[in-house]
Structure formats: C-alpha cells, structure tokens
Design a protein around this ligand. Structure first.
Ligand code: 13P
Length: 249
C-alpha cells in the first residue's frame, strides 16, 4: 500500500515571518492526519525557523534544491549537510524551473540524487515534458529518459525512499492541469519503466502529479490507479488551500 504524499513547493515565495505564520496555521489545520504524508518544501532561508515550528507535528520539511557536493567553493549553493542540519527530510531535485532557467541537466540531477541518498535526504525527483514535446508525441520518451538518467546507479534499496513527481511543464502555474487520464497514463508508464529497471519495488514507489493542483481537482487525481499524491505550487502558499488539498477525500 502506498501512503498518499502531498508536498508543497513554495518556490521563491515568503519571508521568514510569512513562512512561520503560514505553517503555524497549517499545523492546526492538519493536526491528527496520519494517513497522508505531508511536507512543505521551502526556500533555504526559511528552513531553520520552520524546523522549530514543525517539531513534533505531522509535517515534514523539505528543500527545493541542493548542490551535489558536501562543501567547497560553490558560491551561493546549499549542501546536503546544511539541509540535514536544519531538519530537512526531503529535497526536490530536477524541478523543470531548475532545468529550464538554470541549465540543470539529467546528469546534474543524477549527481544530486546520489548525494541526497548518501546523506539520508529523500529525493523528490521531478520529470515532465514541454508543450512542444507533448504535441510532437514525445512525452513518454522524455519522461523515460529523465527517470532512468536520474536513477542511474541507484540501488533497489535506495529506491524505496525516492518519490517521483510527474509535472508536465505546460501545466505548471498555468491553471491548466493535465486531465486525470493524461496524468495517470504517464505516471503508470513511469512505474512500468521503473519496474523494468528495478523489479517489483517499483510498485512501492510514490509518484506524484504536479501542475495546477487545487482543492477542487485533487480528489480526481487521487482517485486514479497510479497517482499517489501531488507536488503543489501556488495552492501550497496559503494554509487553508494546502490543508484542503491534504484532506482530499
Ligand atoms: P503550480 O501548482 O503552481 O502549477 O506549480 C506546480 C509545481 O511546479 C510544483 O513543483
């Protein structure tokens, strides 16, 4: 049985005061929920204060990215050791905004996945096609390539802590989500790809959908055979809407 997993990705939003206020409100709204895993992935500056707010709650903390080295001359970067130090359990890797705006490659994503695993951080690996790629019928080839590249060298045991997030780029921040059938078909395919590569453990891996997930559409996604949760952008910025998504039934 795969436990549903709803994670918020705040992207470049919120000062520390705003972050703390939101999560304090969220703690009350989702109190007692133990059949859904909940995480907030926040900007690096907010992680330390949020770690105090979420202590002894059912909300886990995640980062939005990290470097693949433990330390060194990499101005502006954040290392896995720093993320562990401020209480992160998860780290988003390979988000399409990192790939698109900052030139992150499949190889970079793979190096980050390896380092995250080494330091007991659970990767949320993002994959997804652009509109042009979808229209050219390349969706499955693209996600297969991204998934296999990201998981290159990963062992079956390590796979258990990994989450994959399928986020079609054309659905991110556009208000235009994929249909549940479209999303489930690709996510089922991603699971088949992982089953071919790693065997039955693929049936235990959680695969989220991301792209304009809102309180009004979450239950449709969650009713499908293969979608195990959501990676939520703008609707994760407000405590009430994120809580409504977490309580999707
Ligand atoms: P939106 O929910 O704002 O479309 O963002 C999705 C996303 O990119 C989550 O990582």
């Amino acid at each position: 049985m795969r436990q549903p997993f709803i994670a918020g990705n705040w992207k470049m939003h919120k000062t520390n005061q705003e972050a703390v206020d939101m999560v304090e409100e969220l703690v009350d709204l989702v109190e007692g929920i133990d059949d859904v895993d909940i995480a907030i992935c926040a900007p690096a500056t907010a992680l330390a204060p949020l770690n105090e707010v979420i202590a002894d709650t059912n909300i886990a903390l995640g980062a939005e990215d990290m470097h693949w080295k433990e330390e060194g001359a990499y101005t502006g970067e954040i290392s896995p050791l720093m993320l562990k130090d401020v209480g992160c359990e998860y780290v988003i890797l390979g988000h399409s905004e990192r790939r698109g705006y900052f030139g992150e490659t499949d190889k970079d994503v793979n190096k980050k996945v390896q380092t995250a695993l080494k330091h007991d951080l659970k990767p949320i690996i993002c994959v997804g096609e652009s509109l042009a790629q979808r229209e050219a019928g390349e969706t499955k080839d693209i996600v297969k390539e991204q998934v296999l590249a990201a998981l290159d060298g990963v062992t079956k045991n390590d796979l258990e802590v990994i989450t994959v997030a399928y986020e079609p780029i054309w659905a991110i921040g556009t208000g235009k989500s994929a249909t549940t059938e479209e999303a489930n078909e690709v996510i089922k395919y991603i699971r088949d790809v992982m089953r071919n590569e790693f065997g039955k453990v693929a049936d235990e891996i959680r695969i989220q959908y991301g792209g304009s997930v809102k309180p009004h559409n979450i239950s449709e996604f969650m009713a499908t055979s293969d979608i195990d949760g959501a990676l939520v952008g703008s609707a994760s910025l407000k405590a009430q809407s994120f809580a409504d998504i977490v309580k999707f039934e």
